[in-house]
Design a protein around this ligand. Structure first.
Ligand code: DGL
Length: 279
């Protein structure tokens, strides 16, 4: 249902959609956005000075996401995709209540897709997402009979951010976390962190093709398309542009991003506003 607070946004249809993550991970959502909604423009922010988010406390995540959201809303976006499972699993509802722009999380669309398709579901995620039980709860609501195993994988994000997916050592690291899920005879595996689609070549080596892989980015963007239509703010122009911003090193981000995007994104470094929030 359309949140009544957003009625009257129609005139904003040509504004970009904000997409953010701790680093490279949210680009898996951005690429999907380009694929499903090619006429939408985007503002991408990667908090690369503070990556990884995956073992941060809820209080830290709330502070970081508030800073990003303050900057995003000042930049003029019509909607924000929280392309970070760790933030979506912990602070989404609070952020939705605080900011006057529609904010979509990634856990719910991913969990619902998994619940529709699987009965024995493995979720690989950051330690904070796994500990939050957000996937287990959302899957149980949609399919109470499904069995769910969540595994926190602290080493995956640093390997991806350091561009080490092709290192021989990466296969053994991934095997160590996937092994217990294979032993449980899962029929479905959820990529519960937006960085993990980068590991697809390694995961393909280790997993039977009979195990369904769910990339929540696909379902998040489908949910965003519905929301844009419901709000009447889907872009009606055929020109789309993406702008890229990071809090850390520009070159390192460009290097990691270009393989995934297929182009070297023009990127600027920004300093986020240090906003003090009343809690
Ligand atoms: N890509 C984010 C997620 O989906 C954050 C990962 C991290 O920085 O640890 O959880």
């Amino acid at each position: 249902m359309v949140n009544p607070a957003y009625r009257g946004l129609e005139r904003f249809d040509s504004l970009p959609i904000g997409v953010f993550d701790s680093g490279l991970g949210g680009l898996t959502v951005l690429r999907e956005l380009h694929r499903q909604l090619p006429y939408e423009s985007a503002v991408y922010f990667g908090d690369t000075a503070r990556v990884p988010y995956g073992d941060r406390s809820e209080a830290e995540l709330l502070q970081f996401v508030r800073e990003i959201m303050t900057w995003m809303t000042q930049s003029g976006v019509k909607m924000v995709l929280m392309a970070c499972n760790t933030s979506s699993a912990t602070v989404l509802e609070q952020i939705q209540a605080e900011f006057p722009v529609p904010v979509l999380g990634i856990v719910l669309p991913g969990a619902r897709a998994a619940a529709r398709q699987g009965q024995r579901i493995g979720v690989i995620a950051t330690p904070t997402t796994a500990a939050s039980n957000a996937y287990r709860q959302a899957i149980a609501e949609a399919n109470p009979a499904a069995l769910v195993w969540q595994v926190g994988c602290p080493e995956f994000v640093p390997l991806i951010e350091q561009n080490r997916v092709s290192d021989p050592q990466t296969v053994s690291v991934v095997r160590q976390y996937i092994g217990p899920l294979i032993a449980k005879k899962i029929d479905t595996l959820v990529y519960g962190c937006t960085h993990y689609p980068y590991l697809e070549p390694v995961l393909r080596q280790l997993l039977s093709p009979l195990i369904r892989k769910i990339d929540p980015a696909v379902h998040m963007v489908a949910a965003a398309a519905k929301e844009l239509d419901a709000l009447g703010i889907r872009s009606s122009t055929t020109m789309s542009t993406s702008r890229f911003y990071v809090s850390g090193n520009v070159r390192q981000f460009q290097q990691g991003a270009s393989g995934w995007l297929g182009y070297r994104p023009d990127t600027q470094q920004v300093v986020l506003p240090k906003t003090v929030f009343q809690t």
